[in-house]
Write a protein that binds this ligand. Structure first.
Ligand code: DCP
Ligand code: MG
Length: 454
């Protein structure tokens, strides 16, 4: 799906974090300098560091022979064989049978990430962690102690290497976009400083999908009007672009020219205001234990709620699906009393759906939940009664704090699975169904349907 124009078109306010307008602390007319740091093959590099015998060999984290799921990352040796993040374990094994597949050690990576972020604060008072292995620093004036910008960049690379034994790439530029793009261009183990003019030259020959925020389908739409490279995009007319993409069009042109487009919210087509937002997990081993299933459900609900909040929407219809080992994939859905982005609500109702759908004790291979009938949150705020506004406000504070932590240290850093509310063995009703934790909830139900997914 490409960007469309017109009042009917809605895309998620999903902004690549580096381009979030909220991140610009200073008036744009004040000349500033930014540094973007991104660790190289982060999870794999941490594993190589901790086991030097892996050096020089193709390494992937996640996946593995006989395992399901996906590769989270591959080291640069393995990338030569075509391995990459998000590739299915099966495909990765076909492409590189000799690769060493390692289990994911999330808490270790989060710990290392926190160490690195803390170290970066020595180099600038303004450090914005953007993901588990990426940060954007405002380094205006900070280079004076080091000689020049490149020397500051090198000092950061050396420090990370000496203290943590890990490689990274650093990009420096007059705005966060150029700094991020410079880091992308410098990978791996690189250091690239670009001024505005250098950025225009460096971007020009690149295919349009190399620009942060331009994915495959927008690239295809651009190609459809004869724009293949960032140079083509930079030289396009705003009229033509606006006609095809709406306000996003001229903003894309600005970005291709290396101009800070921070006042816009560049919507990432990979997550348009989808019809639904959901997550599912295929388990390494089938799960038949109810407590284990509940804990997975809580994790999924948290992830869905977080994505929903990030998109600035609320959703009305909740669907739960599970897959049995024979690949039967029944699903069950309900309409919530009011649209929500609250994980506790999702947990309550998803739990209820599970109790009605699941054959207790039956092994489960996959569990997923999704929320649809999404609408912008602001459209709903007027319709909430006083009580729910107060409740929502308290929930919002909590969500904000948790989202910040997860943005900073990754999805698994905080978990509510052991909070009092979800502790203990679930109760069963008279007919054997599982009663949700908290109060019983009234809802309108739709019959379970069964879909076959191969
Ligand atoms: N990651 C993940 N699932 C993905 C992509 C990434 O779990 N689909 C994890 C593994 C990566 C880490 O996040 O090591 C950081 O992601 P990056 O996109 O920065 O990728 P890498 O650091 O692995 O490689 P690069 O050198 O390209 O930055
Ligand atoms: Mg990285």
């Amino acid at each position: 799906m490409g960007w469309q124009k017109g009042p009917g078109s809605r895309y998620a306010p999903l902004t690549p974090a580096v381009l979030d307008p909220g991140m610009e602390e200073h008036a744009p007319d004040v000349a500033r300098t930014y540094l973007h740091i991104d660790m190289d093959a982060f999870f794999a590099s941490v594993e190589e560091r901790d086991n030097p015998s892996l050096k020089g060999k193709p390494v992937a984290v996640g996946g593995g022979p006989g395992k399901r799921g996906v590769v989270t990352t591959a080291n640069y040796v393995a990338r030569k064989f075509g391995l990459h993040s998000g590739m299915s374990a099966w495909e990765a094994q076909q492409k590189c049978p000799q690769a060493i597949f390692l289990p994911i050690n999330g808490s270790k990576y989060i710990y290392v990430s926190a160490q690195i972020m803390a170290t970066l604060e020595r180099f600038s008072p303004i450090v914005r962690p953007l993901s588990v292995d990426e940060a954007s620093l405002d380094i205006t004036g900070c280079d004076r102690h080091y000689g020049n910008l490149a020397m500051l960049g090198q000092a950061i690379k050396d420090t990370i290497s000496e203290k943590y034994g890990l490689p990274c790439t650093v990009g420096i530029g007059p705005n966060r976009l150029i700094a991020k793009m410079a880091a992308n261009l410098g990978k791996p183990d690189g250091l690239l400083v670009l001024d505005a003019e250098g950025a225009t030259k460096a971007f020009a020959p690149l295919p349009v999908n190399k620009m942060v925020g331009i994915g495959k389908s927008t690239a295809a739409a651009l190609e459809g009007i004869g724009i293949k490279t960032l140079g083509d995009l930079a030289n396009s007319s705003d009229y033509k672009l606006k006609n095809r993409f709406g306000i996003i069009g001229p903003n894309m042109r600005k970005m291709a020219s290396g101009e800070w487009a921070g006042r816009m919210r560049l919507e990432d087509e990979r997550q348009p205001v989808e019809k639904s937002i959901g997550h599912s997990r295929t388990f390494g081993e089938n799960i038949s234990d109810i407590l284990e299933l509940r804990s997975r459900l809580v994790g999924l609900a948290e992830m869905v709620a977080r994505r929903v909040r990030r998109s600035g929407v609320v959703g009305r219809v909740l669907t739960l699906k599970l897959r049995y080992p024979d690949f039967r994939t029944p699903s069950h859905q309900l309409r919530l009393p009011s649209p929500t982005d609250d994980e506790e609500t999702l947990i309550d109702y998803a739990w209820r759906l599970l109790s009605e759908l699941w054959n207790p004790g039956a092994p489960v291979r996959l569990l997923g939940i999704s929320l649809r009938e999404l609408a912008p949150k602001k459209e709903w705020s007027g319709q909430l009664n006083l009580f729910s506004i107060r409740r929502q406000r308290r929930a919002c504070d909590l969500h904000e704090a948790l989202d910040t932590l997860r943005d900073r240290f990754g999805e698994n850093v905080v978990s509510r699975a052991m909070s009092g509310r979800y502790k203990g063995r679930p109760k069963r009703g008279s007919s054997g169904e599982i009663i949700p934790f908290g109060h019983r909830l009234s809802m309108s139900r739709q019959p379970a349907n069964t879909e076959q997914i191969s």
